[in-house]
Design a protein around this ligand. Structure first.
Ligand code: 13P
Ligand code: SF4
Length: 344
């Protein structure tokens, strides 16, 4: 059962990009053009090559590693030392052997990396890249919800600011949310800020969830009727992110984090797939799984798309505006992340 409180976030425009058939394998000896063929136009790859070479030189100069979220474009992913979902990025950051970490993603991801690696220089490639879902709740609202439900544990999605994390008991990502809530052993929890992830957790765990009413401007744009219409036209395996609304999740064959979707597809290899998530996800999986045809709809995240190769070059050249978090706040915000990582 789920009870929703608090406000919702606005919606973004839908994008009709179709992830195309791909024919590349992730062999490091294969040229970039061959690996990204059919995903990225040849001319775009040619334009990108000098930037990619510059990034490689800057990484060596500054002892830097690049972490990219699964929603980055295949070209940005091609300069990354690590790509994955939010949980995998945090786990990688803990062990990352470099002085500088460049996060190609959004601010809450870079903040998480900084909280886990306080002694490293952490850069967000597009410094303005926020997340409207994360911005749908602040620390004061968390305190108010907690006061209204005394004794109920508070679980924060990793898509929150450090100030919000400092107020909660444990964090979760879309990859481990059900596990984290079950591990608490409580009959009722508060989950924030995404009401749809909270609904998914309530369904899967049987735990009663009091949810903040935030939603992702990207995933909330999908609708069940579109999916049913596609299924009438073609045989397609549908995968949905848990940030999708309940009716959309109900139409899907599989619901999971971006990392779980990639894993499902690489294991099962359906001939045709629809990913109800950010558009770049299909492009990135297509690089690894050239035999899968990806069909629309998908939606763009404007925050994720603020990162380009040019922005990665600038971040590494200037080393400007590294992520800084007040040490006292950081100490409080680190605790729920550490608790989450212990649960796994
Ligand atoms: P994942 O942790 O599943 O990669 O999701 C992050 C995100 O922001 C989805 O919108
Ligand atoms: Fe935030 Fe949604 Fe973009 Fe993910 S896809 S970063 S939740 S706005």
């Amino acid at each position: 059962m789920i009870f929703v409180i608090g406000a919702a976030t606005p919606a973004a425009d839908r994008c009709g990009i179709i992830g195309a058939l791909m024919n590349a394998h992730a062999d490091p000896h294969t040229s970039l053009a061959a690996r990204l063929a059919h995903v990225v136009p040849e001319a775009e790859i040619a334009l990108a090559e000098p930037l990619i070479a510059r990034i490689a030189a800057l990484k060596a100069e500054h002892d830097a590693l690049v972490l990219a979220h699964n929603y980055q474009t295949p070209l940005v992913s091609s300069v990354a030392d690590f790509t994955g979902d939010s949980l995998a990025m945090a786990q990688y950051a803990l062990e990352a052997p470099a002085r500088t970490l460049v996060v190609c993603g959004v601010r809450f991801m870079a903040e998480t990396v900084k909280l886990l690696c306080p002694d490293k220089c952490v850069l967000l490639s597009a410094a303005e890249a926020g997340c409207s879902l994360a911005d749908s709740i602040d620390a004061e609202a968390v305190r108010a919800v907690r006061a209204a439900c005394p004794g109920v544990p508070v679980v924060a999605y990793i898509n929150t600011t450090a100030a919000v994390k400092a107020e909660v008991d444990v964090c979760c990502t879309s990859a481990n949310a059900v596990r984290v809530v079950r591990a608490l052993g409580a009959p009722r929890v508060i989950m924030l800020p995404d009401q749809h992830l909270a609904g998914f957790v309530a369904e899967e765990s049987g735990v009663e969830v009091i949810a903040w009413g935030g939603q992702c401007e990207v995933h909330t744009r999908f609708n069940p009727a579109d999916i049913r219409a596609f299924r009438l036209e073609t045989q397609v395996t549908v995968l949905a992110h848990p940030e999708c609304p309940e009716g959309v999740r109900a139409e899907a064959d599989f619901v999971g984090s971006t990392g779980a979707m990639a894993h499902f597809l690489s294991e099962r290899r359906p001939p045709r797939a629809m990913l109800l998530t950010e558009c770049a996800m299909a492009d990135n999986v297509a690089v690894q799984c050239p035999d899968i045809q990806f069909v629309r709809p998908c939606n763009l995240c404007p925050h994720m798309k603020a990162t380009t190769l040019e922005r990665v070059v600038q971040a590494l050249e200037m080393l400007a505006a590294p992520i800084e978090i007040d040490p006292a706040l950081a100490a409080r915000a680190r605790r729920p992340i550490a608790r989450m990582l212990e649960i796994g």
